[in-house]
Design a protein around this ligand. Structure first.
Ligand code: PMP
Length: 413
């Protein structure tokens, strides 16, 4: 055993010991805190079983200024720390204050919201846009405003949780088809008894960064008189001309019957959800989307940051190409498939091993995502690395070395 092996061993043991001591301390602490107040024994049982199995998911605490390479975020273009974006947030904060203070229908809307909506609609080739305070709420609001009881939704197995929750809340009948199976979408639409139908899909699946057959889905929806809603959360700034997304790449910008949802919380480095479509759709959402009507408007600082980020992206249309070059480099070095977008997914399988691999990466100065059930199906727990356009080749090579060693350590490479 040479020194490098010993170092790897020590890192692994330390990570495992730290994790189990931390879990035990959490269990003990929770028991103490819960004694006397926890009146629901079933809740204590479930919570403790999760903790004891090492499956509790406490968010990792990040320290300001820590020298860590962060590949756990969705900050694909590195814009969350871009000086112009931070300045955009500051300017909006100074001009409009720290909060939107109420629903936009109640307290009025800022000119900053309207300017951003007009600009992003123009960028993506749609007539109009409406912001929500998150992408999650945008999806729920849009779906529940478009369909309801007595209607049909066709969704695929890759749909993000926010689309799934929107489908459930709508009370429409939901038919789930295998991911990417256009014929199944077509069949479900053709045999329906409902008049109104909506097809919902991610344009880039969030877990593994693979691309959906958006054009084929759209054609199937159009043939059968259905609306299509595509979630471009992972595509904005990543795919398509100048980062305009998969719809633009597949010639669907502004297509009739197409609704796009996207977010300011990923490649734009800010926060917020956006729905794009016709002006009439925007009017309809204002009147019917409960997550617009009853939710406080998107924070002005987030609007300012998102708008500044959009300007940076418009001024540097090569940014997505730089990102994709980094993705190819990292995915190849880690032995993973090269995905369509910025997410490099490395399957570990066992959830405890995946958590341990992520902890080992962190010890090595690399912060990666760790996805396990219920975020992914049983047996497919994984490390999820999101590349950023602002990482240079040397940094990506360091990441690859640390991640590969961690996977080897847990027997997954
Ligand atoms: N859609 C997809 C595909 C996502 O991955 C996410 C974020 N995880 C959302 C919607 C929700 O966006 P937000 O984080 O802005 O609520």
């Amino acid at each position: 055993i040479d020194d490098a092996d010993l170092d790897t061993l020590v890192t692994g043991i330390t990570a495992a010991a730290t994790a189990s001591v931390a879990a035990a301390a959490v269990v003990a602490g929770r028991r103490r805190a819960g004694a006397g107040v926890m009146s629901a024994p079933w809740l204590a049982d479930v919570a403790e079983r999760t903790l004891e199995a090492g499956l509790h998911r406490e968010p990792v605490v990040r320290r300001a200024g820590a020298a860590e390479i962060n590949l756990a975020s969705n900050d694909y273009l590195g814009l969350s720390s871009h000086p112009a974006v931070i300045a955009g947030a500051h300017a909006a904060l100074d001009e409009w204050g720290a909060g939107s203070t109420a629903s936009r229908l109640v307290a009025g809307t800022t000119a900053a919201h309207i300017d951003f909506e007009n600009d992003i609609a123009d960028f993506l080739g749609f007539e109009a846009a409406l912001t929500f305070s998150s992408g999650y709420l945008a999806n729920i609001g849009a779906i529940t405003a478009l369909v309801g009881r007595g209607d049909l939704i066709v969704s695929d197995t890759g749909a993000h949780a926010s689309l799934i929750d929107g489908c459930r809340l709508s009370r429409a009948r939901v038919e789930v088809v295998p991911r990417g199976d256009t014929e199944a979408v077509r069949r479900a639409l053709a045999r329906r008894t409902e008049d109104r139908a909506l097809v919902v899909t991610d344009s880039i699946y969030s877990i593994d960064g693979m691309i959906a057959p958006l054009r084929d889905y759209y054609d199937a929806a159009a043939e059968h008189g259905a609306i299509m809603l595509a979630d471009e959360a992972h595509a904005l700034g990543v795919r398509g001309p100048g980062g305009r997304g998969v719809a633009a790449e597949q010639g669907l910008s502004g297509a009739p019957g197409l609704v796009i949802t996207t977010v300011a919380s990923k490649s734009l480095g800010a926060q917020g959800g956006i729905v794009l479509g016709t002006g009439l759709l925007r009017d309809h959402l204002i009147d019917h989307a409960r997550t617009f009507i009853f939710d406080t408007g998107l924070n002005p600082a987030a609007v300012g940051a998102a708008h500044a980020a959009l300007r940076v992206l418009r001024g540097d249309p090569q940014m997505p190409d730089r990102l994709r070059a980094g993705v190819r480099r990292l995915a190849s070095a880690c032995g993973g498939d090269v995905p369509d977008a910025a997410v490099v997914s490395l399957i570990v399988g066992d959830p405890v091993a995946a958590v341990r691999a992520a902890a080992i990466c962190r010890e090595g100065g690399v912060f990666v995502g760790c996805f396990r059930p219920p975020s992914v199906p049983e047996g497919t727990s994984r490390l999820r690395l999101t590349v950023r356009a602002d990482l240079d080749d040397d940094t990506l090579d360091t990441v690859a070395a640390v991640v590969t060693a961690a996977l080897r350590e847990v027997g997954a490479a």
